[in-house]
Structures are given as C-alpha cells and as structure tokens.
Design a protein around this ligand. Structure first.
Ligand code: SAH
Length: 534
C-alpha cells in the first residue's frame, strides 16, 4: 500500500477548554484519540488526557516547577521533531490555543518547518471562567462589548519576574485599554492586579466599578473573590487568591448576585466535594462524568479491573447455537462487550438472537445492549437487583426452556437456582472475572488527612476489594476512625448489606439502584447537610 503517505506527521493544536473536561470540543476529542504523542501543559484537566490512546506518549511541558521549564523554542522543536518522525502530535493547550496560548507561534514554527497542522479552537477561560461564576461577559442592560487583555504573568499561570512586568508596563496604552470595552477581562492578571486597578482608575474608571477574580474557573476548586476597583486588592490579599485566575471588570459582575450557579452549594450540592469512585475504570466513566458535571472532584480508585476470560469456547458454543435458548439473561454491563466481541469474531450479528428473548438486570445493561448489539431487552425489572428480576420474571411457563446466563466467574447462585426451580434448563457461562487491583497509598493518605467527603460503592465486589485493600495498606488498621465522617454511599441494598458485614453502616442506600440514582442520593444528602451546617 502507499506506506509513505502514512509517514507524514502532523500537529494538532487543540484547545482543551478551561478545565471542566466536558468543555473539550468533539473535534478536539476525536483528534486526541488519534494522536501518537500528546504534549500538554498545566492548565489541562487530567481527565482530558484519558481521551488519548493508552499507548500514546504523553509529554508534560507544564512549567509548573521552575526547574523543569521548556522554553517556547524547545516546545516548538519537540512538536516538529515528533511530526517529522511521522507521528500525529496533539498539542493540548488550556482554553483556546490562539488566546494567549502562544499557539500562533507554534503554528508558525510548523509552517516554517514544513509540518502540516490543524487548529481546533477551544473554549477560552476568558469567557468560561466568568460564565461558571455566573457572570455573562455581555448583557443587554449592562455591557455590549468585552475585551480580553493580558496581565503580566507567564502563560502557565505562574508569576513572571518583576523585570518582565516592568518592561511590558511601559508599552501599555492604559488610556485606551481602560475604555476599550464595557467589560474588561484580564488573563494572567493576579500579580499585576494592583497595577491594573490603579491604572484603570487613573484613566477614568470609577472606584465603585465592580470587579471579580475567578480562580480555577470551571474546576471543582473554583473560587471567586469580588469587590470594587477600590477594595479588590485588599480582598484578594485576604482571600490568599493565587493564579490562575481570570479578572473581570464591569457592571456585568453584579449579575453574579443573581446568576451564581456552579459554585453555589444550594444549587450544586456536590460542588467541590471530593468523592471516591471505586468502580473498575472500564465501567466508571458514566458515574465519574455525572459527578464531575455537578462540580464534584472525583478521585478514581478502581479496586477492580474487568478481565475477559481467556477460554471462550463455552461462550462461543452458546453463541453458535442461540436458537436453542428461549432466554438470555444479562446481569451486568460487563458481559455485553464480551458477547459483542465474540459474535463479531464468529462472524454473526444480532440476528443470531432472533429466537431468543433477552432480559436485562437494569437500565444501564439495557442501554449497552442496545448500543453494542442493537438489541432491545424484552424485560427489565423495576429494580436493578437479581431478586427483582426473578420475582418479576415475565415468562410463566419455563418448564423445559433453555436459558443462557453469561456472567462473572464468581456470582451468586440464587438466579440460576430459582430459574431451575421454575423448570428451566440453565446454562451458566462465565465470560469475565473481576481482578483486584493494588491499592494506591494515596487513598489512605487522603482518608487520614480527612480530605474525602464520600466513597461510592456500586457493587458488593467494590466494598470487598476496597476493605481488603485498605486493611492491608494500613498498618494501624484504624479503618473505622478514617472512615468516620465519610459518607459511604451504596448503590442498593445488597451493596449496603456488604458494607454492614464489614461493620460499616452505609450512610446512603440509593433508592433507585442505578448510577444516576446514586448521584441523586448523594445530592440530597449533601444538600441536607449543607443546610444543617448553617
Ligand atoms: N489559552 C488560554 C489562556 C492561556 S494564558 C485560554 O484561552 O483560556 C493563562 C491564563 O489563563 C492564566 O494565567 C489565567 O489567567 C487564565 N486561565 C486559564 N485557565 C483558567 C481557569 N480555569 N480559571 C481561571 N483562569 C484561567
């Protein structure tokens, strides 16, 4: 084939958005997933990197520590070198690559070197950070223009040297900037705040003009300090606010009083809460996303990993002769991808199920069945537990009927036993197993330091694995003390019962036994607690 064509490298200049991983563009995600090399800096949310392939080389050029600073020239050279080796290089930048991101310089360097590039604009912090603080940069009554201006810090959000600040100062036309637009937005402006505030007033902006600084905008640690040109310097000092922050000046800042939403605990009870997700990474993303969109800081400590069994002969056998089965019962989302994969390998498709009815344990399993196999479940019980499935079983006449039950290697026998008691012939076929993962020390440290607000348990296995790992990891085995005050949130009564068996009363047992139900339960728990604390 035309190998040489594939050898042509390329640089994707991608805006990663301001922080909240949901604010990455679809195009950005698509190109990130194709990249061989990902070059990123400090203001890119780590979850955005998960969209890159696991085998992609990740290069941090974040300049967070002065010791490890790559100059702009070194970064340019890095991008070009990889591209010239035929690699697809994703250059991920916070916000928009062409808004104070030096993306222009990187594009120029590519052009000079003859390396092709693509630009994917991103959501800039200049607009998004105020938006997440409830401040629209324009408003029919308050502002009909906005202007984005640089302060004097370096681009990674760290303070620049004093000399650089002084130098840039001399060049600025403050008389023009002060009235450039109704709303003035300063990036990299924390260090220079006293200067900015003084000059704006010197050039005719009223001391009462409202101003706000939004630190870590769109991140779970977002903080906002507001005031007037006259008092903001003092307030920022008192609050100890540091970069990165966006500074907004103008009447629109007052709107936060009415429009605050993201960092408002009354509307977003999970805002800033540190919540542990113990699910296997393969199946955690739905829960993680739901928690993140509500402003929670999610700490992923997968205690288990889902692994497909090596020997697939039993499953293949069943899939080759599906017409023998009256029912297939799917008790976990984990079985579906394995079935889809084997069906594909056997060169069969959804029509293989033409004679077979399908039962799904819950809505998540039903939805993955639709997505991966194009199959609508014939039956989903009202509660996502095996007991409900069998209690509500819709087929009255099971005598002599064959049931195909693919599932985890280790699972409860209740379901096959009760189906057999109804006269069915049940083929239990293990397709995957859950493998315990080593426990990172950091979770224990976080628990010891009292940094964790809640731990979510989405299955009994997550309770078992976490308890085991924590007990092993903690020399003092002082587990009870560490977990005191931490909200232990179980997805349903079975998982809750497992917690009890370990001596812990679940703080929450979700009424609706789904991940959405678990999130809802967490929200109402923290909403109530928020009130209680005053
Ligand atoms: N290209 C970026 C800006 C890079 S300059 C963009 O379009 O957003 C770096 C500065 O951006 C920081 O000093 C800070 O002023 C601002 N910034 C970036 N992300 C931010 C965030 N999440 N919250 C507040 N300010 C942010």
């Amino acid at each position: 084939m035309l190998e040489p064509e594939n050898k042509q490298g390329i640089v994707y200049l991608i805006g990663a958005g301001p922080g909240d991983p949901g604010l990455l563009t679809l195009r950005g995600r698509e190109l990130l997933a194709q990249a061989d090399v990902v070059v990123y800096d400090r203001l890119v949310h780590p979850a955005v990197l998960d969209y890159a392939r696991p085998e992609a080389l990740r290069v941090f050029v974040g300049k967070a520590s002065a010791r490890h600073t790559l100059t702009q020239e070194e970064i340019n050279a890095l991008l070009i070198r990889h591209a010239q080796e035929g690699k697809r290089v994703a250059r991920l930048k916070g916000g928009d690559p062409f808004v104070f991101g030096r993306g222009g310089e990187e594009a120029e360097a590519c052009r000079t070197a003859g390396v092709p590039f693509v630009v994917v604009p991103g959501i800039t912090s200049a607009i998004a950070a105020p938006a997440y603080a409830g401040i629209p940069v324009t408003h029919r009554d308050a502002a009909s223009s906005f202007c984005v201006i640089t302060g004097h810090e370096r681009e990674d959000g760290k303070e620049s040297g004093r000399r650089a600040a002084g130098q840039a100062e001399g060049r600025r036309d403050w008389a023009r900037l002060a009235h450039a637009a109704d709303t003035l937005i300063f990036l990299m402006g924390v260090e220079a705040l006293p200067e900015i505030v003084a000059r704006l007033q010197e050039h005719g902006r009223e001391p009462e003009t409202p101003i706000a600084l939004v630190q870590w905008g769109t991140w779970p640690q977002q903080r906002v300090v507001s005031g007037t040109l006259a008092d903001i310097v003092e307030r920022v000092r008192e609050a100890g606010l540091r970069p990165p922050a966006v500074c907004v000046v103008g009447e629109v800042v007052r709107l936060r009083g009415r429009l605050q939403w993201f960092d408002d605990p009354r509307r977003q009870p999970l805002f800033g809460k540190r919540i542990v997700v113990t699910r296997a990474r393969e199946q955690a993303s739905g829960l993680v996303d739901m928690l993140r969109t509500r402003g929670a800081e999610v700490l992923e400590y997968p205690t288990i990993r889902i692994e497909k069994l090596k020997d697939m002969t039993e499953l293949d056998g069943a899939l080759q002769s599906l017409e023998r089965y009256a029912w297939m019962v799917v008790t976990s989302v984990n079985t579906v991808p394995v079935i889809a994969e084997r069906l594909e390998a056997l060169e069969r498709d959804a029509r293989a199920f033409a004679m077979t009815k399908v039962a799904a344990i819950g809505p998540a399993t039903a939805s993955i069945l639709r997505e991966k196999l194009g199959i609508r479940a014939d039956f989903v019980p009202t509660e996502a537990v095996a007991e409900a499935l069998i209690d509500q079983w819709p087929d009255r006449e099971m005598r002599g009927k064959r049931v195909f039950l693919p599932r985890a290697r280790e699972a409860r026998e209740m379901l096959p036993e009760r189906l057999r008691a109804m006269g069915a012939i049940v083929d239990v076929i293990p397709v995957y197993e859950t493998v315990a993962m080593e426990q990172p020390e950091t979770l224990l440290e976080d628990l010891r330091a009292g940094n964790i607000d809640a731990i979510t348990f989405t299955a009994s296995s997550t309770v078992k694995n976490l308890m085991q790992a924590l007990a092993i990891g903690s020399a003092e085995s002082n587990l009870g003390a560490y977990l005191k005050g931490v909200c232990l949130a179980a997805i349903g009564p079975v998982t809750g019962q497992t917690l009890k068996e370990y001596g812990f009363e679940p703080t929450i047992v979700a009424e609706e036994h789904t991940m959405a139900g678990l999130v809802k339960a967490l929200e109402s728990y923290f909403a109530k607690r928020g009130k209680g604390d005053g």
